[in-house]
Design a protein around this ligand. Sequence first.
Ligand SMILES: *Cc1c(COP(=O)(O)O)cnc(C)c1O
Length: 391
Amino acid sequence: MSNEFYEFPIQRFITPEKFNKLKEFAKGKETPFLIIDLDVIKEKYLELTKDLPTATVYYAVKANPMPEVISLLNDLGSHFDIASRYELDLLLSLGVNPDRISYGNTIKKRTDIEYFHNKGVTLFVTDSIEDLLNISAGAPGAKVFFRLLTECTGSDWPLSKKFGSHPDMTYSLIIKARDLGLIPFGISFHVGSQQRDIGQWDEAIARCRYLFDSAKEIGIHLKMINLGGGFPANYLEPTNPIIDYINEIQRFLSEDFKDAVPILYIEPGRSIAADSGVIVSEVIRVSKKSKNTPNRWVFLDVGTFGGLVETLNEAIKYPIFIDKHGYEEEVILAGPTCDSMDVLYEKYKYTMPSTISAGDPVFIFTTGAYTKTYSSVAFNGFPPLKAYVLE
Ligand SMILES: *Cc1c(COP(=O)(O)O)cnc(C)c1O
């Protein structure tokens, strides 16, 4: 290990300059809270558009809908993938043009479809005949793309089998869409969030090719593939860099489509927002359950209900840092509420300096995505996670 490692042990997550700035900014503010560094959002967006210039980015707003984040991405030219009329209202209030918005939720009410249509949104996803009939009634003539079911194998936060339809069903939906006077535009999929296995895109792209061919045989020319999200953020467990994902995906595309690669859409949420965030928390208590148990419990003032929902089943392992020296011992980490689900990490053992005590600040990195939006309103009376933009 290099000396550098000892001098600054969190260099994989933040630079020393940024960390100092963050600590300065955090001073005097009541914990817990999230700090978002907009420079990182910008960097991630520009990196992706540079590596994959042929794709249109539809930022998945649910990952982090802070107005500052949306406005920045809007200024950079991003499009947006949203899931509800509330997200639509937010985007429109920030001046996002409806032609840059995709209604990417397959589960929607007919009244919501009408609402989107009336506000000028013309791009809708679907995965069922019931939804398709609603789209044709509520948004006549709209462009639709069809969500394929995927297994989500290899992802840390799978989206399960809730969304998408089997290719056979998708094929009938494509035909039905045309018959209803809608525009069958393309195919989408999501291989599962924080996907480590790049090969998952291979299989999904091959299914798209099959559907493009089948549709073409009956005179329907699909034009677009939506590669979804699933791109990685920088948590404790390392992944390949994003450029490896892009290179492999481009190889899969050219293998399957040769020189007729379709229009590409991509819907990153986590990979844009996660690395930009740091939660600043505080140790409430360090204690043992009995004299002879090996591990101390460390209770933080942020937990499962305060924004760290993705610690369920210890799925996402956030880098956690305490700015203190001391012998590193294994601890069990838990949140502040009166629910037994509010234990962050018990199987996976984080180590913390033996010198920690109540009142110490705790920095939880890579928390810019799926934290603030997931925090509960007032479980046990705790307010939702506060969020600031680093200035
Ligand atoms: C959540 C979601 C995304 C974003 O996924 P990430 O893995 O966070 O990038 C993209 N598209 C759809 C349809 C989603 O539901």
